[in-house]
Design a protein around this ligand. Structure first.
Ligand SMILES: NC(=O)c1ccc[n+]([C@@H]2O[C@H](COP(=O)([O-])OP(=O)(O)OC[C@H]3O[C@@H](n4cnc5c(N)ncnc54)[C@H](OP(=O)(O)O)[C@@H]3O)[C@@H](O)[C@H]2O)c1
Length: 278
């Protein structure tokens, strides 16, 4: 079955790659964008149904070249899936303006630009699906991930506005909110200064980094998330929020809504500062 053409942005690794593969397996013609496609030896570099194109979402010329090349492969854009993201870990006080800028350019402003590249086609077609990767961090903050958390909160607010505006044109929007998954972000992670021993945040920061690393390493399988996204993309009415997480992360979101902020901060700080043993 041919379900149409899906652009998958940030699909060279992790959840984006798993989503591109799941969509291709489900009958979509996938056009993938990322800066570097390196085929791990276990994977077939020429996946059937997946075209790979170079794309740096922070570079307007690269975005334009991607859009032209993708439209030459297929004049349709039935779905846009935006997964591209980078992560900076470190204390707010020591995360530089340049680091905040890089994270916002990749995670949020690149997303806005790619939505704007796809929307005219979708409006002309009278339908389209826009699937934006947020995170549990789009719903609550955890220590030492402020730049990433800010970018994901921005996506959450933006997606709500977008969904209401584009509905009359037959365009649907979905927010994917993954909890911890294996095999992601590690290689794009930039460490701020908390690795230095004389840093006043060094001890809690190192502890939080250890917990974050451990939770991701024991996280859910990316393939399962890819299949959940593909299943949602084929629904007549997509679910607006697709949260794919372990029970404890669902619970954290629930408690975040329910409990006073001070109590939430205590629980989360305790968890990350004590190495996740609370
Ligand atoms: N893994 C998790 O536990 C988890 C949890 C919650 C949310 N998420 C979200 O899921 C999505 C995928 O994350 P992941 O963990 O799978 O990370 P990942 O493996 O590091 O994938 C990030 C992707 O973004 C691309 N990218 C980064 N900068 C780019 C740029 N300037 N232009 C184009 N592409 C760029 C990377 O490709 P290149 O480097 O080749 O450009 C890569 O394909 C992200 O939105 C992330 O926030 C992940």
């Amino acid at each position: 079955m041919n379900r149409g053409t899906a652009w998958v942005i940030g699909a060279s690794s992790g959840l984006g790659l798993a989503t591109a593969e799941a969509l291709a397996a489900d009958g979509w013609q996938v056009v993938s964008g990322a800066r570097r496609f390196v085929a791990p030896s276990a994977r077939d570099p020429a996946e059937p149904g997946i075209h790979t194109l170079p794309l740096d979402v922070t570079d307007p010329a690269s975005r334009a070249a991607f859009t032209d090349a993708a439209l030459a492969i297929s004049p349709r854009v039935d779905a846009l899936v935006y997964c591209a993201a980078v992560l900076v870990l470190g204390p707010c006080e020591h995360t530089t303006a340049g680091e905040y800028d890089r994270v916002m350019q990749t995670n949020f402003l690149g997303l806005v630009a790619m939505v704007n590249a796809a929307l005219p086609r979708m409006r002309a077609q009278g339908h389209g699906r826009i699937i934006l990767f947020s995170s549990i961090n789009g719903l609550l903050g955890i220590p030492f991930q402020s730049a990433y958390t800010a970018s994901k909160h921005a996506i959450e607010g933006y997606a709500e506005c977008l969904a209401m505006e584009v509905k009359p044109f037959g365009v649907q929007v979905c927010l994917v909110e993954p909890g911890d998954h294996r095999g992601g972000s590690q290689h794009t992670r930039l460490h701020a200064s908390c690795a230095q021993a004389d840093n006043p945040y060094a001890t809690p920061c190192q502890s939080a980094l250890g917990v974050i690393h451990r939770d991701e390493s024991s996280g859910l399988a990316p393939e399962r998330l890819g299949q959940r996204v593909a299943r949602n993309a084929r629904r007549k009415r997509m679910r607006f929020r697709l949260r794919v997480a372990k029970v404890d992360q669902h619970l954290a979101v629930y408690l975040h809504k329910l409990l006073p902020a001070r109590l939430n901060f205590h629980i989360l700080t305790d968890y990350y500062h004590k190495g996740g043993r609370s």
